[in-house]
Design a protein around this ligand. Structure first.
Ligand code: GLU
Length: 285
């Protein structure tokens, strides 16, 4: 069955950008007579707050969205993520990394543009394993992962489907490219130093677990999708179809952020806007 999900992180209230994403996804599920799920991505324990989860639910319900209970919370799924990490580790695809952000920046020869997760990790702990007693993250050994999938030549056989448009107008089948994964993503973190699973791992495990067939999310996440496709292949998980949508911007053309109070759903609702007027504001019928 066509299954969509909206997966907010409860570290702030929703703004017009989130509402647009959730409404697009909900509309698509409805049009296909499918399911729309809400998933709370609360792995960042330092930033996630129950009051934000509550407020997100209130705002979505006020917008007219409905979803089945119980909802899935990533904070309750540690064992499942640990099992996926153990699978990857047993295949020699993960390594511990004790570097701090400062260590990483200091080890880079030149300032970088950065990939989906910021600066590409220079591989320090892959070459010199850290003291096992030191707090460490787990990183994917990208070169080893590519080899495990048959090597660079075989990789383009793995693709994800873009139903809408990537930042450079990408549409349709998007084959994975080993060179891009190695130079722009590198050894991404799959388990954080605090022991929690990292976003890329949790999202692919949960999309599969929930039977998500269609991922509707902002175009800013397009560069993360090859990593997700790669992890799906490594973990033998099905791959959904992806629809990366345009981003909602403020009057100055900047992407909305949680600090933009005047675009907050709660604020707009207090100011007397109706859900239909919110739809109109983001260009939805
Ligand atoms: N939790 C992510 C966010 O708040 C979205 C993840 C996704 O849609 O894949 O940006």
């Amino acid at each position: 069955m066509h299954t969509e999900r909206f997966a907010p992180s409860p570290n702030g209230r929703l703004h017009l950008g989130h509402a647009f994403s959730a409404m697009l996804s909900h509309d698509a599920a409805r049009a296909a007579r499918g399911r729309f799920l809400l998933r709370i991505e609360d792995l960042d324990r330092a930033r996630a707050r129950p009051e934000f989860e509550q407020a997100i639910g209130d705002d979505l319900a006020w917008l007219g969205l409905a979803w089945p209970s119980p909802i899935l919370r990533q904070s309750e799924r540690a064992d499942t993520y640990a099992a996926a990490l153990a699978t990857l580790r047993s295949r020699g695809l993960l390594y511990p990394c004790a570097c701090t952000r400062k260590d990483i920046l200091a080890a880079l020869d030149a300032p970088q543009e950065g990939g989906p997760d910021g600066p590409v990790y220079p591989g320090t702990c892959r070459r010199h394993p850290p003291d096992p007693a030191a707090p460490h993250a787990l990183r994917l050994d990208m070169a080893a992962a590519i080899e495990a999938l048959g090597g660079a030549q075989a990789l383009p056989r793995l693709a994800f489907t873009e139903l809408e448009e990537g930042p450079q107008g990408e549409r349709g089948a998007q084959p994975l490219r080993a060179d891009w994964l190695e130079t722009s993503c590198g050894d991404v973190v799959l388990a954080r130093k605090d022991g929690a699973a990292a976003y890329h791992l949790a999202v692919v495990v949960d999309d599969a677990f929930q039977g998500v067939t269609h991922v509707t999310r902002g175009r800013d996440l397009f560069p993360a999708t090859p990593i997700h496709r790669l992890l799906q292949a490594l973990l033998d998980l099905p791959t959904p179809l992806y629809r990366h949508h345009r981003l909602i911007r403020d009057a100055a053309g900047r992407r909305l952020a949680k600090r933009d109070r005047d675009a907050g759903i709660h604020e707009l609702r207090e100011a007397g806007l109706t859900p239909l007027e919110i739809r109109a504001r983001v260009g939805l019928p």
